[in-house]
Design a binder for this molecule. Structure first.
Ligand code: SF4
Length: 494
């Protein structure tokens, strides 16, 4: 890609506007920021609505079928804009783009580009190629340049105009789907919205093979960023006024590079001047080590919150999921953390109705919730993902949707009950809160405690970024309302 040519071109023409709309997990959100950074560095302005954009990228997740259906619906809606402005380029990026690939171009023929999570470095180049293709006329049979470049998979077959496509195609479609084992986006800058908190990706991909999970197939093996680069980024964020960072990775605590383990990196980040809070997500229970717990217990900036995915409370289900730990070893990790930091809030992810899960095994998951007493549980019904090993389990093992839904609802009820009990017991505490944004009601603001609890209280939106002490006065069960504490009342742990 000739960047000088692109920049020159943009200096003489109206700057093109790009709009990135993200659906998915924190890693997908972080990738959206990365794409915005890449596009801004190549002369694009960032649009705040799809209506004003020349390029719309729908940035996606593939973890659950429901999320994919939502994205397909959204892309269909955006096609209305494309009908008004045929020059508009519409792309689908991220894990769903990688998983569906050319099938997506077939199902949504008005989509110009599908690009998997390892292709973003080449995004401006791909967009330029699509523009050139469109200038060249209707539907090319094959994007030879792309095929020669080797980084672009063969594009979907072009369709003759009007052959069932709801939008007449003016140019080629591109599918950029290859995994790149070395791509960790070293050296590229993300474009973050201003605010007191930032996500910092330190790792991409995953070396595990949990049998229900599509991540290793769409994001490839684990790739870790240089510790020096991560630290430089955190220092730069702190200089810009960011005081809370969350280190991100699929199994963030398995991070390892030359001379650096995750605990060492966590300690170094926690000691960056100006950084007052550090979080990380999501750790794998197998890599919760005494060394990590020691850093969590001794570094004041590391928050008293641990999101520790359990997935199931049954050893037999965990074995079929290939999670590589047992319920007993999970509980040992929880004990180790709580022994070191008694006030630690613990949240988790749980899946019900995994193929073959018996009623008794499901009840073991309910028991786990009651035993650990999670502060928050993110609960899911198993969603088969094509290409994952679990989909090849015997058909008879698959649990009827109705039964799966009933289990999910029971789990939600139990988990919410535990959460409400915990939160009610915390009413009256004084907690340090970082103000994040305006709340729904005028005159109120919303923030988070170190233990990741959401609190709404009276205040002006100009306070975003401030730390204050708040008395927790009431809880809905999940969130709190409170009031700022009078001077002299210290926050818990302060
Ligand atoms: Fe998926 Fe398992 Fe890797 Fe998590 S650890 S991303 S669930 S394969």
């Amino acid at each position: 890609m000739d960047m000088r040519r692109t920049m020159k071109q943009h200096s003489t023409e109206r700057k093109k506007k790009a709009y990135v709309e993200t659906y998915g997990c924190q890693m997908t959100v972080s990738d959206g920021e990365l794409m915005q950074g890449i596009l801004a560095a190549h002369g694009y302005d960032l649009a705040t609505t799809p209506e004003e954009a020349d390029v719309i990228l729908v940035n996606t997740c593939a973890i659950r079928d429901h999320a994919e259906q939502r994205v397909l619906g959204r892309v269909g809606q955006l096609n209305a804009l494309k009908k008004e402005r045929p020059d508009l380029l519409l792309g689908v990026t991220g894990c769903m783009a990688k998983r569906m690939g050319e099938e997506l171009l077939e199902r949504a023929p008005y989509v110009d580009l599908v690009m998997g999570p390892d292709g973003y470095r080449g995004l401006p180049d791909a967009l330029e190629r699509l523009e050139e293709g469109a200038r060249g006329g209707v539907g090319t049979e094959r994007d030879e340049a792309a095929a020669e470049a080797g980084d672009v998979a063969a594009p979907a077959k072009s369709r003759p105009a009007g052959s069932g496509a709801s939008t007449r195609r003016r140019g080629p479609q591109l599918a950029v789907l290859d995994l790149n084992l070395g791509e960790n986006y070293q050296g590229l800058e993300q474009r973050r919205t201003d605010g007191p908190a930032a996500w910092v990706p330190i790792q991409r991909g995953c070396d595990h093979r949990c049998t229900y999970c599509i991540v290793p197939y769409v994001r490839g093996p684990e790739k870790n960023r240089d510790a020096a680069e991560v630290l430089a980024e955190v220092r730069a964020l702190a200089e810009r006024g960011v005081s809370e960072v969350t280190l991100l990775g699929q199994t963030v605590n398995s991070y390892a590079t030359e001379g650096w383990s995750f605990p060492r990196l966590l300690r170094a980040v926690a000691r960056v001047d100006g950084i007052r809070r550090v979080r990380f997500t999501s750790p794998h229970p197998g890599d919760v080590t005494p060394e990590l717990v020691e850093v969590m217990a001794t570094e004041p900036a590391v928050c008293e919150h641990l999101h520790l995915p359990a997935q199931s409370g049954s050893d037999r289900v965990l074995r079929r999921m290939l999670r590589r730990y047992t319920v007993a070893s999970y509980l040992e990790k929880v004990e180790m953390v709580r022994a070191a930091v008694p006030d630690m809030a613990i949240s988790t992810d749980l899946i019900v109705a995994f193929p073959g899960e018996t009623e008794e095994q499901f009840r073991e998951t309910l028991d786990l919730v009651r035993t650990v007493r999670f502060d928050e549980a993110f609960t899911y019904r198993y969603s088969p993902r094509e290409g994952t090993p679990a989909t090849r389990l015997p058909a008879a093992d698959f649990i009827e949707a109705e039964e799966g839904q009933a289990r999910l609802e029971e789990l939600i009820e139990v988990a919410r009950g535990v959460q409400a009990e915990i939160n009610r017991s915390e009413v009256g505490r004084v907690e340090e809160v970082l103000v994040e944004r305006a709340a729904r009601h005028e005159g109120q603001i919303l923030g988070r405690t170190r233990r990741n609890k959401v609190v709404v209280f009276d205040g002006d939106v100009a306070r975003v970024g401030d730390y204050t002490r708040v008395v927790l006065e009431r809880t809905t069960g999940a969130t709190f309302t409170g009031r700022e504490a009078p001077a002299g009342l210290a926050a818990v742990g302060a």
